[in-house]
Design a protein around this ligand. Structure first.
Ligand code: 5AD
Ligand code: SF4
Length: 498
């Protein structure tokens, strides 16, 4: 899977505040009680009574910290959804929370350390409020299991990546004083992935994130994912289609398919077949997916970009290295040449195709010539976005037995060269878009500029332009007026939004 902190933006950066349904009414009921109404006024008294009533109905407040990829973002949204159905209300405040979940990522050492240090800090929260239930989920929970309880006495529940459906029941147990507990087995079916969720709490209701598979069988030599997410399990196509129809009926315009390796999907049909079936769903105007492995991207996937106009003109296609020697040591099962050939096939099928990718520098044994090959791929493909990482040793992986022989400074030097050149290319790509008119799916109001909104082109490039927040969720035509390092600025054309 190819998204990590600081790579593709966090989907749900904060606890949703603008949520609907039960959580929303509870929030609204509480807000005025702390507000400016004159003490003792009839309105304040009514509000206080309403808040007390809502408090009596709710079981407690929940705060979830999310690290890592879009799969984790979606798992967190599902956990909020499950807990809110059971009577819990999201909160921004760690102090106020009765349940605190840390949904972790272990793909790289840094991500792992970040999650663990946040978890460590929660010891003081538990000290102040012993009734608070502390839960660890995600890849670090799967990797460390009982060791987390040994090291951190304040943790109540460790939930592995296949066991998230147990969350609510185990929280109830913990609140009744039973625990601590570790549930981290792998199972052939993952109920949490399979359940059709309605995501009433999603901060982006116009975009439906839908899991199609999870796990990975590829065992790239540097990667911990197969060990912490387990083997590939595809979700039945009928479930995937049902969930997308549900979202379409509720107004989602875009569907974003998620999985560690979506194009090895086998849920009763192939991934390209699934794309064609989704394309037929009324109300869905855009289809995206991530992540793809180049070795599994066949001609049938390429053909989808020729045949399916709703399929967005963007693919995330991690290449990891441009050196065939390093690619072989990474167990990637393709070469620089076949990767470049694949890119040109996509470009033939869809001439304006945009690419993003992941790349690692400083893999064991990577020499300067190998790094030059990586830079050559960067020059040839001209990615819009490149998520670049210094190699870090991950426990249990094959590469962990190799000598990590590219020293830290050299890794930093290579990363710096790569990132500097990529920044130039991104800006050059963006400049080529100035003057063009693009369909933009509006994601919401700008945080920085009051009268601005932001959205994405089919190429997944962010566009900011003047417009009312009511455009959120519609697709509008925007002329690009300026290229920025990581986005475009444009002007709204007069045509009514679709
Ligand atoms: N070191 C550095 N980067 C890694 N990635 C995965 N494992 C490691 C590692 N051990 C990167 C890959 C992958 C992305 C999600 O994280 O580029 O595609
Ligand atoms: Fe991606 Fe390879 Fe890791 Fe699987 S093992 S998640 S294909 S990097």
């Amino acid at each position: 899977m190819a998204k990590t902190p600081g790579t593709l933006h966090a989907l749900f950066p904060a606890v949703p505040k603008d949520n609907r349904g039960r959580a929303s009414s509870a929030f609204e009921a509480q807000a005025p009680a702390r507000g400016s109404e004159a003490p003792g006024s009839p309105l304040q008294s009514l509000t206080r009574r309403t808040a007390a009533y809502m408090d009596a109905l709710m079981k407690g407040r929940v705060k979830i910290f999310t690290y890592g990829c879009q799969m984790n973002d979606l798992d967190s949204l599902k956990m909020y959804t499950e807990l809110s159905k059971a009577g819990y209300v999201p909160t921004d405040s760690t102090r106020e929370a009765d349940v605190i979940v840390v949904n972790t990522c272990s793909v790289r050492q840094k991500a792992c350390e970040k999650a663990m240090s946040n978890l460590g800090r929660l010891a003081s929260v538990k000290l102040r409020k012993p009734s608070a239930v502390i839960v660890v989920t995600g890849c670090v929970a799967q990797q460390e299991q009982g060791r987390i309880l040994e090291r951190m006495g304040h943790v109540d529940i460790v939930l592995g990546t296949h066991q998230l459906h147990l969350l609510e029941a185990l929280v109830e147990e913990a609140r009744a004083g039973r625990g601590p507990v570790v549930a981290a087995g792998f199972s052939p079916c993952v109920p949490f992935m399979d359940t059709v969720f309605d995501h009433g709490l999603s901060p982006e209701p116009h975009r439906a994130y839908v899991t199609v598979m999870q796990g990975c069988d590829n065992y790239c030599s540097y990667c911990i994912v197969p060990y912490v997410r387990g083997p590939e399990i595809s979700r039945d196509a009928s479930k995937v289609l049902e969930e997308i129809r549900l979202h379409a009926g509720r107004g989602s315009r875009e569907v974003f398919l998620l999985g560690q390796n979506v194009n090895s999907y086998r849920g009763g049909m192939s991934f390209p077949e699934l794309l064609r079936r989704i394309h037929d769903i009324e109300g869905i105007d855009r289809i995206r997916f991530t992540t793809s492995h180049p070795k599994d991207a066949g001609d049938d996937l390429v053909a989808c970009f020729k045949d399916l106009p709703k399929l967005c003109s963007h693919i995330h296609l991690p290449f990891q290295s441009g050196s065939n020697r390093v690619l072989a040591a990474m167990n990637r099962k393709y070469t620089k040449e076949t990767y470049l050939e694949l890119v040109s096939k996509f470009r033939q099928a869809r001439p304006d195709m945009a690419f993003s990718a992941d790349v690692i520098v400083g893999f064991p044994g990577e020499g300067v010539n190998d790094f030059d090959e990586t830079m050559d791929v960067v020059e040839r493909v001209r990615f819009d976005v490149l998520f670049s990482f210094k190699y870090s040793v991950r426990p249990n992986t094959k590469a962990a037995s190799l000598v990590d022989d590219v020293h830290g400074e050299e890794k930093s030097r290579r990363l710096d060269i790569l990132q500097r050149r990529q920044r130039e290319i991104t800006l050059e790509n963006n400049r080529l878009r100035v003057g063009g008119v693009y369909d933009v799916l509006v994601d919401g109001a700008s945080k920085k500029h009051e009268h601005q909104v932001h959205g994405r082109t089919t190429h997944n490039v962010i566009v900011n332009f003047d417009g009312p927040r009511e455009l959120t969720g519609s697709i509008v035509k925007v002329r690009i007026t300026r290229a920025n390092p990581n986005s475009l600025t444009g002007e709204l054309l007069a045509s009514p939004p679709s």
